[in-house]
Ligand binder design. Sequence first.
Ligand code: SF4
Length: 235
Amino acid sequence: MSFSQIDTYKICPLKYKYSYVLNVPVPPNHALSFGITIHDTLRDFHSKLLFKAVSLSELLDIYEKNWQPLGYVDEDHRKIQFEEGKKLLEKYYEQNKNDKTIPFALEKTFNLKIDGIKFYGRIDRIDKLDSGVEIIDYKTGATKTQEDVNKDDQVAFYAIAAKEALNLEPKKLTYYFIESGTKISTTRSPEQLEQKKKDVTEVIGEIKKGKFDAKSGLHCNWCDYNNICPFAYKG
Ligand code: SF4
């Protein structure tokens, strides 16, 4: 399993069933394509930086090579988003060009078991701190508030993975919102991480029991299955 499967179940168990039990295919999604493009670009950019200086034009070349064209409404939409991506990377370059930090790991994969279930995932970036590490997740969506990040499940999952699968001490958990250039950090205590593991175990238990009731609401508007789901919120 992946932690995003747990997330999907918590949003709506029926959505989980459509996606991971019935494997109902969905059309390509432009937000996903754009997210993958930016993540791959930053991975390649920082990997190159480990060996030599990288200019802005080289970064934009990397972007062009990693561009994922699927899921856009039409050619105009694709072009507009491509230009937006360039602006966003120019900003990222400007913000980071003097940063000499050498990442401890980029796109670090992990495997761990919770309640007998194997989890697989990937952490965008890990930086060493004086004591412990900083987990960094790049985000291409809207910037969240500090309050939202403090409650966010994904960084907590990464902290569990860093601790248990990679044997690291996650002292700082950071979202880097690329569009706004904002970094928001949070922390989780060992007790909070234990609680999160219990939550995951509970979700696994519900999945094992085959409980896939619909949980409709405003989020149905962004659900890939709202055209076929009889419970989709129509408000
Ligand atoms: S449309 Fe709503 S109720 Fe139906 S699967 Fe999606 S999120 Fe669940």
